[in-house]
Design a protein around this ligand. Structure first.
Ligand SMILES: Nc1nc2c(c(=O)[nH]1)N[C@H]1C(S)=C(S)[C@@H](COP(=O)(O)O)O[C@H]1N2
Ligand SMILES: [Mo]
Length: 245
């Protein structure tokens, strides 16, 4: 098990003169400078995340720990450790912005919504994957149907309890049937380091599109770049067809 930030595109082979992505496409100087800054902070944060991770997993009951196949290739990412804390009594999930009916659910209300299960592969843009991840949660389609996006809405932002992580989907992308707000992983509530209590799961896109510790969806008329997109990754992060591997 390891724990770190996502390296920026091309971070592994960056040099002051020439920065290329794995597939050989050059990236701009502005992106490169951002990557260098990121590299330094990721060293510090990486260590903080490792410490937190060992504490949080050792705090889990034995049954839960052994039920979650951490050994199958998961790496834990956070941009701003310590990981957010989930308090069941006060936690809420909000859908707002350009909707007819803004909604705020408590955790128990969210669990009472029609649920869906799926087993899908997970791919991080940096090259690691985990096959057959078992998720349970609420289809994004169902959540949006309740809130009713206005005609002016073009897409949505997924915000995290971890500031300032955000990513986005267009309305069309959000309608994919395997997109869900997950609250269980491998039959257990999502562990803290994997985004407790809820994370976005978008199997056809790279992992950075899936906000962990997600507690807010905001419908917008203009899509902005998400956290990793500002740092050089594609906004449309289709697995196998974006500037990843
Ligand atoms: N809030 C938040 N969500 C996040 C990230 C993050 O750093 N913070 N990293 C993303 C990336 S790049 C990946 S690959 C996955 C990693 O999920 P894991 O930490 O559960 O393995 O979470 C995604 N969601
Ligand atoms: Mo990732």
């Amino acid at each position: 098990m390891s724990s770190s930030q996502e390296p920026g595109p091309g971070a592994a082979r960056e040099t002051p003169r020439e920065v290329t992505l794995d597939e050989g496409r050059p990236i701009g100087r502005r992106v490169f400078l951002g990557t260098v800054g990121l590299g330094i902070t990721s060293l510090l944060w990486g260590q903080a995340a490792i410490d937190l991770l060992s504490k949080s997993t050792s705090a889990l009951p034995q049954g839960v720990r052994s039920a979650i196949p951490f050994g199958q290739g998961w790496r834990i990412y956070a941009v701003n450790p310590p990981f957010p804390t989930f308090d069941r009594a006060s936690w809420t999930f909000t859908i707002e912005g350009l909707v007819e009916k803004p909604i705020t659910y408590t955790y128990d209300q969210l669990l009472a919504l029609p649920a869906a299960d799926q087993t899908t592969d997970f791919h991080c843009v940096t090259g690691w994957s985990v096959d057959d991840v078992v998720w349970k949660g609420v289809r994004l389609d169902d959540l949006l149907a309740e809130a009713k996006p206005l005609a002016s809405a073009k897409g949505m932002e997924f915000w995290s309890m971890e500031e300032e992580y955000v990513d986005t989907l267009t309305l069309d992308q959000a309608a994919m049937p395997d997109v869900m707000l997950a609250y269980e992983m491998y039959g257990q509530p999502i562990p803290r380091e994997h985004g407790a209590p809820t994370r976005m799961v978008i199997p056809k896109m790279y992992g950075y599109k899936g906000t962990k510790w997600c507690n807010r969806i905001k419908l917008v008329d203009r899509i902005e770049d998400g956290y990793w997109e500002v740092r050089g990754y594609d906004r449309d992060a289709w697995v196998g067809d974006s500037n990843g591997l």
